[in-house]
Design a protein around this ligand. Structure first.
Ligand code: GLN
Length: 488
């Protein structure tokens, strides 16, 4: 069976001259125009620039040349990806007015492949959050039920794809920010191996954990987007200089002979309906010829605690550059130090301030050994725990998030509860491993459930082909209704 690929088909029709890129773009701009008032997936829609890009693709086709693998496909970009001359805000006031002087490498690669960039998507401020509610520009809403969160931090990208505003989007994943919103919005989201996709032009949150990755409505389209953005980049010193695993070309290979481990620690804290869906996905893999067994990686239980020391530590250092001099906002005061303080006080929201303070504390001379260095040792333990599991398993299976989408405002007053949304996604970031979330039917409330596949470094080819089998077996999910309370 051929995996469905709506974005791939759009590109094929443009390359064949059957459809124009401009006409496809106009359809999507119309969908944004009518639907984004209720969803708020976008911080900025770059309609005119997109029309120019679409016309350029159409001219290439008319000239008889090949416009590329993503010819005429509208793509939404998370607003922490630098776009030359186009505001890039990280959904923070502190970047007000800043226009990057260059494009991120992923943006350059999309352009080369003929994609059309439709706009910048809303996110948790500086990607710190799990619900897109820490954005300085207001929350994004889940297209399946606009009283619920879309997840985060790449909630705008996930919602844009779920609502049909763009067939493809990019997000960033530091602790789950692609996979968790993908799960909550009923779309595919994937975090590549650390170093597989260039971070050049991604505004840094926690540099040892950040990765850019694809959102799509199907596994094949996510694979196509991964193939386009992956590969070595000399401009990112952490970019892997070795062949990137291919995704699209292996999709139909099946899972016969593979061993899949159900990760028991991920089932522990998850809601019963989410656990049931995970078991159902496992049964589908068994039917398709995989060997499925339960496996335990006890070290992953320490992931959340280690992450909330390492990520804030790195963030406190990365965000020191927003000083009122080099980027965006400046609040004038009597001298430079007072200006720095006034700018940062006004420019950062409460969650970002909390992370900077936490991070500064755990890196301070007196506490570094007790907190930050200890967290690094835990990180090594997690890597060793995964390595032991991958001696017997090709991939691991678990839920992506412990619950379906929660109500707006439900967790905003309790950061610790919010942090728990990422228990199942954080371990892959700490290990630098790839993982993918695949929609798998709905929970008891009718809202999307995502199941997650995890693999060792550079196992993307295996992950995508297992994901294609899971996708083919997934129970149907009703299309988003875009109305408040539409699903419950
Ligand atoms: N929700 C996690 C956090 O707040 C992960 C965010 C991310 O992956 N960018 O840090």
């Amino acid at each position: 069976m051929k995996a469905p690929r709506p974005a791939g088909n759009l590109a094929a029709s443009v390359r064949a001259g059957a459809r124009s890129a401009l006409e496809i773009l106009e359809e999507h701009l119309a969908a944004i125009e009518s639907g984004d008032g209720a969803v708020h997936a976008f911080n900025l829609v770059t309609a005119d620039q997109a029309r120019g890009e679409a016309r350029a693709v159409d001219r290439v086709v008319e000239a008889g040349d090949d416009p590329g693998l993503l010819a005429g496909v509208p793509v939404a970009l998370k607003d922490n990806l630098c776009t030359r001359g186009v505001p890039t805000t990280c959904s923070s006031r502190i970047l007000e007015g800043w226009r990057p002087p260059y494009d991120a490498t992923v943006v350059t690669r999309l352009r080369k492949a003929g994609a059309v960039m439709v706009g910048k998507t809303n996110m948790d401020e500086f990607a710190m959050g799990s619900s897109t509610e820490t954005s300085a520009f207001g929350a994004t809403r889940n297209p399946h039920d606009t009283n619920r969160v879309p997840g985060g931090s790449s909630g705008g990208s996930a919602a844009a794809v779920a609502a049909g505003f763009a067939p493809l989007a990019l997000g960033s994943d530091t602790g789950g920010s692609i996979r968790q919103p993908a799960a909550l919005c009923g779309v595919v989201g994937m975090k590549p191996t650390y170093g597989a996709v260039s971070r050049y032009g991604l505004v840094a949150f926690a540099s040892s954990l950040d990765q850019i990755g694809p959102f799509a409505t199907t596994v094949a389209d996510a694979a196509l987007l991964f193939d386009v953005i992956g590969g070595h980049d000399a401009r990112d010193s952490t970019s892997l200089n070795r062949p990137t695993p291919r995704a699209l070309s292996v999709l139909e290979d099946g899972v016969a002979g593979l061993t899949v481990g159900i990760l028991s620690e991920f089932l522990d804290g998850a809601a019963p309906d989410v656990v049931a869906r995970t078991h159902q996905a496992a049964e589908a893999l068994t039917r398709a010829g995989a060997r499925v067994e339960e496996v335990s990686v006890p070290e992953v239980r320490l992931g959340l605690s280690a992450y909330y020391l390492i990520a804030p530590g790195e963030a406190s250092s990365n965000l020191a550059r927003y000083d009122g001099v080099r980027y965006g906002l400046r609040v004038e005061a009597e001298d430079t130090a007072a200006m720095n303080i006034a700018t940062r006080s006004a420019g950062f929201g409460p969650e970002v301030k909390r992370r900077i303070m936490l991070g500064t504390y755990v890196l301070s001379a007196g506490y570094m050994d007790a907190y930050y260095n200890q967290a690094l040792r835990v990180r090594t333990k997690i890597i060793e725990g995964f390595a032991a599991a991958y001696r017997t398993c090709d991939v691991l299976l678990g839920p992506t998030a412990p619950t379906t989408a929660f109500a707006l405002g439900a967790k905003t007053d309790d950061p610790l509860t919010m942090y728990l949304s990422d228990v199942c996604t954080i371990p892959s970031n700490l290990a630098g491993h790839p993982a993918i979330s695949v929609p798998f039917g709905a929970g008891d409330d009718g809202l999307p459930v995502g199941v997650q596949l995890l693999g060792p470094a550079l196992s993307e080819s295996t992950l995508f082909k297992v994901a294609a089998v899971v996708e083919a077996a997934a129970p149907a999910l009703a299309a988003p209704s875009l109305v408040a309370g539409g699903r419950s």
